[in-house]
Design a protein around this ligand. Structure first.
Ligand code: SF4
Length: 509
């Protein structure tokens, strides 16, 4: 009897289980909600965005205010506060966002951006124009930031380290063309501009669209004219008529140059030069160049540091690519201690001798110099006498030459000087300036080698940070001035981020 009752109970439970329905909260997306929002509480007290706003608020932005037309007491729309636009860009860059459209979108839903704007929407055109419009004011802002960092004791200029990095331009290698092709495109662009007429009388499209199209056509024409100008500059650097004829330039970013990349490949790029103070790895100078080689970049870099900081560094550490005799002399004149190994610029060029067909056994080392008579004796025992000198920065090359008749009759001529013609073999005796000699000797010391060992961790850190955190592997903007400003924004962000890390403490409410 009891068994029957138990089985009835179980059947009842199972049936109840079958008919049981779980109750869940419904999602209603068709309702209108009005909620109070405390904008100040959108981000916590120690949120980084507050630090950016606070830091920018300490700067003198009068350079930006001067260019604002809207004034109190007069009609018209109020301008967007430069402190807000600067903060938006700095905060955006610090999060790896370098697109004006993207920042505009983030202002609609991201709490940090909403806190900055006070929930007001920002047009991406406003952001985009602001980034490139105020070149001088941005320079001034960068200098002011350095002043604050220096006053906090974060920059000492006792030792700076300098490095150059190639950043790809906003142009592909496919956009490079020779003069004939550019002229064809330019002619077509001119015709298009002429045919467009007055945008106000456009019938098929709205005047606004017509105006935008006309502006685009005009800009294309200007770009192609700029391409021809840049082509001339490239030609000046080329030797030989054939080379000049083959010169090409990008039609989308004429100021970009093909440069060798760190991976060994070649791409349209700009050479970004960054000088970093060794104390806290803060950037004290930044520049952009169109030159692929670094030799000519050291002196301008030091001038930038002097301009930004009011004085130059005590010591500068660079890699071999920056060391030339000329640079050694200039740094000595500026009283800056230069640390860096000998690069190709101070070494004897063996490649030249190879190209002339000079065998190893007849290289200059095989010729014996006699100081008393100031002559050389060649492996065949013939005498080479002084034959003029050539002065270079930091070095004098004394030339010595054998008699033409001696070499003509020599059994070794084909191995020693196959291309000398009727003239005798010549060799050079290079005498370096004492300053250059002292630099070379200094670089043999353990102390200099130890300082140089730390170059990479300081000089390459900001470049790596900007590539990794900001994504500055390729420019978004085009043209030397605009890419210079893009780099300056990135460096400004880097320095402010370091200040936040080292100094900022939230003001707890
Ligand atoms: S070619 Fe002239 S310089 Fe050379 S080994 Fe002969 S004599 Fe001497």
């Amino acid at each position: 009897m009891r068994e029957d009752n138990t089985s009835e109970l179980k059947v009842g439970e199972m049936e109840k289980e079958k008919t049981r329905r779980v109750r869940l909260k419904a999602i209603n997306r068709e309702q209108m909600v009005l909620r109070p929002m405390d904008v100040e509480r959108l981000v916590p007290e120690d949120h980084e965005v507050r630090a950016v706003w606070e830091f920018v608020g300490r700067m003198d932005l009068s350079g930006y205010y001067e260019e604002i037309d809207a004034v109190e007491g007069e009609a018209g729309r109020s301008a967007t506060d430069p402190q807000l636009l600067i903060s938006l860009w700095i905060y955006g860059y610090s999060k790896g966002v370098s697109s004006a459209r993207e920042i505009g979108r983030l202002c609609e839903y991201d709490p940090a951006y909403q806190w900055l704007t006070g929930l007001e929407p920002i047009n991406y055109h406003t952001l985009s124009d602001f980034r490139v419009k105020h070149e001088e004011a941005l320079d001034e802002l960068f200098t002011q930031v350095l002043g604050v960092l220096s006053a906090e004791g974060l920059i000492t200029l006792e030792r700076v380290m300098h490095d150059g990095v190639k950043v790809k331009a906003c142009a592909s290698a496919d956009t490079f063309r020779r003069e004939e092709r550019i002229r064809v495109h330019l002619e077509a662009a001119r015709e298009q501009v002429e045919q467009m007429g007055d945008p106000r009388t456009a019938e098929e499209i709205s005047p606004r669209v017509a105006k935008a199209r006309q502006r685009a056509a005009r800009e294309k024409q200007q770009l192609l004219e700029k391409a021809l100008e840049e082509l001339e500059k490239i030609r000046v650097c080329k030797s030989g008529q054939e080379e000049k004829k083959k010169a090409r330039v990008s039609m989308s970013d004429p100021e970009a140059r093909i440069m060798k990349q760190s991976d060994g490949g070649f791409a349209p790029s700009y050479n970004v030069q960054v000088t970093t103070d060794a104390k806290e790895k803060l950037i004290v100078g930044v520049g952009v160049s169109q030159c692929g080689s670094d030799y000519g970049e050291l002196v301008p870099a030091m001038e930038r540091v002097e301009e930004n900081m009011g004085c130059g560094p005590e010591q500068i550490v660079v890699e071999g690519g920056f060391i030339s005799r000329e640079n050694i002399l200039v740094m000595n004149e500026k009283n800056i201690d230069l640390i860096g190994p000998r690069g190709d610029g101070v070494e004897q060029c063996a490649g030249q001798l190879n190209r002339r067909g000079v065998e190893l056994a007849f290289r200059p080392e095989a010729f014996r110099y006699d100081e008393g008579s100031d002559t050389y004796t060649c492996p065949a025992g013939k005498v080479l006498r002084p034959d003029g000198k050539e002065e270079q920065p930091g070095r004098i090359n004394y030339r010595y030459r054998a008699r033409g008749a001696d070499c003509q009759a020599c059994a070794f001529r084909e191995r020693c000087c196959p291309q000398s013609g009727t003239r005798g073999r010549s060799i050079r005796r290079a005498v370096d300036d004492p300053v250059v000699v002292a630099h070379i000797e200094k670089m043999q010391t353990e102390e200099a080698k130890e300082i140089y060992r730390h170059r990479g961790e300081v000089a390459e850190f900001p470049n790596a940070w900007m590539k990794d955190k900001i994504g500055l592997r390729q420019f978004r903007l085009r043209g030397l001035i605009k890419v210079g400003m893009e780099v300056l924004w990135a460096c400004l962000t880097y320095n402010i981020k370091q200040w936040i890390r080292l100094c900022w403490r939230p003001q707890w409410a």
